[in-house]
Design a binder for this molecule. Sequence first.
Ligand code: SF4
Length: 332
Amino acid sequence: MRCVTYSRNVFLPVTNLCRNHCGYCSFRRDAGSARLIHRHEAYRLLARAAETGCSEALFSLGEAPWEVPGFQKLLAEADVSDLQDYLAELCELALELGLLPHTNAGILDDDALNLLKPYNASMGLMLETTATVAAHADSPGKSPATRLDYIARAGRLKIPFTTGLLIGIGESWTNRREALEAIRNLHRSYDHIQEVIIQPLDPKAGTPLAEAKRPSAEELCAVVKMAKAILPDDVAIQIPPNLTDPKPLLDAGANDLGGLSPVTSDWINPGRPWPELEALADEFDGPNGYSLQERLPVYPKFIKLGWHGTKTRDLVAALADESGLVVKKYIC
Ligand code: SF4
């Protein structure tokens, strides 16, 4: 039986204000209509997640919202003085409620990374591609060099790290290979990549890529096989089961289903609900030769190394079994 892992999480969209304008994004908003999550809303979601047996709090937000006019007003309305301090505060709240933070906040400077590292079991940033694509023409933060540098800086700080490729945004097969090789090279340098997401474009109405072709299952299988050939064995290959049928991609070599939430939707792909854990268990826990197992947002290797944030250690020790996976079985 091949082990396939997933994390039971809650997804908190901290703010949808963002300096970038990616051609496939329906999440970002301009200052007039953007939101910053309020403390009471964050508490409600985190408490609900704790009640339903989640172990991960995913904090995600638009990139460098402080560069967008109107950001200070948004902060003031939520009684927040500094976004990075607020992120640390929300992470601390998650830990108090029994949830391990994983923050994906776009490009941060080293001060912010050092501030957030102790509170996070792991952190992440999608590389997406090393190509220069039209979809990123108005997205300064999607410069491949900037993103590779960020992933390297996280590596120097020994932060267990999640990254990935976005498939179908105008990149070529050569670009895909180069992006995977770049991730492999970073992992060779810093040994910090825990998983690589192979995420298909989900074209959204009203965006410049609305009419783009959704990557086929065959194409995604070929990318997974390429990733399997290029990435070291200790890097998991994750596929999102709300965006594609997971079965052929698991058969092609993927071994993780990512975060599945019984509490919140996929804010980045709101029209694509998570599959029910019970249905996934019926399909994959045994019948197809797979053993479905819940993991924490930090992978076992990094628990052994002690790389997860210092403030997460007691909770990780309480939640992890001797193999580093979640002590309890999933709750359906
Ligand atoms: S995809 Fe992310 S970085 Fe790009 S515009 Fe949307 S929120 Fe910003």
